[in-house]
Design a protein around this ligand. Sequence first.
Ligand code: ADP
Length: 514
Amino acid sequence: MSYMIGIDLGTTSTKTVLFDAAGQNVASATVLYPLYQDVPDAAEEDPEEIFQAVISGLTTVMRKGHIRPDELAGVGLSAAMHSVILLDAADQPLTRVITWADNRAAAFADQLKARPDALELVQRTGVPIHPMSPLVKLMWLSATDPALVARAKHIVGIKDYILFRLFGQYVQDYSLANATGLFNLHTMTWDPQALQLAGVQAAQLPQLVDTDYQLRGLNPAYATVTGVPIDTPFIIGASDGTLSNLGVNALAPGVLAVTIGTSGAVRVVVDHPVVDPNGKLFTYYLAPHRWVVGGPVNNGGIVFRWVRDQLFAPEKLTADQLHLDPYSLLTEIAATVPAGANGLLFHPYLGGERAPLWNAAARGSFFGLTRQHTRAHMLRAALEGIVFNLYAVMLMIEGLTGRPTAIQATGGFARSDLWRQMLADIFEQDVTIPASFESSALGAAVVGMKALGLVDSLDAVGAMVGTTHVHHPDTSTFPTYRTLLPIWIRLGREMAGEYQALAEFQRTQPMEGD
Ligand code: ADP
């Protein structure tokens, strides 16, 4: 029997999972670490804490898995996109890990967007212009602390840093490189103009390698601690977003991966790098002839959490007292209102928005309120509004890559029967909930299996991922959603002109929690 470990380096935790050859979870470990937000708009991690999380995760699964060391075929890696660490000539970190959630470079994103060649840049890099991207972060660092950037012998991402600590070489996979905004996806090399904008040299960046690249010769000290043999191949893998498509079995043409967790995403795999001419979707490399096109959405389940806390605090208290899940109680209340919430519309932009708007000033709203509407209507409208917004992202993807034919959906929302059915009804598509959890770790393990010849193709994942629920669209809801969706979309466009002015006013009136 051979086993693979998948490691997913996430924003607030690292998940390490030991899979058997059939992709089944044998043992897993989650190690949490803080996201440091001690300066306004900052969101950083400590590289040492993440390294220790990897060591601890490997040690735990090797112990819990009860396998012989020679049964471990390899280790595959996944990591959150857009992270940046600067290191000096002695390989010591000069910064913490600046994560995708760090917003300090916002002004430089605006500056870049205003350039006449902005869309050409996105056409070459596949990354929408946003403070999340390392290109924009490096523009900010080069402008505000040029000495720091000059002192940086190495500018890497979190996965590259971990692999350096384990193997002593700086390499970056095409997939994560593709998410930096510095990588030209047509030439598969660093983009000279992007490097110039960022104020960095190619020599400061890691060597680029494909996602099936293998590292061997694990540092003996860590082999001893973890129980992972020295000669175990580590396969570099890809980014968490692209590997998640693989891990939920959304590889085939037209299969849309929809995630509604705290945030959300809509993604599809295509066989060549098509880039959105409007620069509002990303295009990220996964493997040869596999590119992931999609949009990340800020406002997913976090909006439901706000509704729970602000509109349904008494129900939450009751549910807590009865040891019931407050979200389950709330979705039962939402089910008492018909599809379309009797014409109450909700734009979910409580946290600004990335796709489909790419507007940090976007704000939420209820539209169409009457005296007859109740809190239950507001609740249902909020859940529908989150899905309408994902639908708007899907429309952009459809325009670029064709009509999706099926949906594989994951995230905390999938615990609700009502919400899953709503997704099928609004998208007018069958929705399948895969049984995979830790989809990025599974994706990393499968890339590893393919690299080692244990499976012939990444499509082997199809036999590994089971199904928990299937929903078919309820045609009786179509007339309602077909009437409301165009109004919802038009309304969003009309309001866009006012978001900025209102956000500026709100900035002058800071509230608790800001
Ligand atoms: P994360 O994005 O941190 O991985 P999850 O995927 O667990 O988080 O998603 C958390 C979100 O899932 C919550 O904010 C909530 O909106 C939603 N959620 C959790 N439980 C339920 C439930 N029983 N019914 C509907 N939605 C739920």
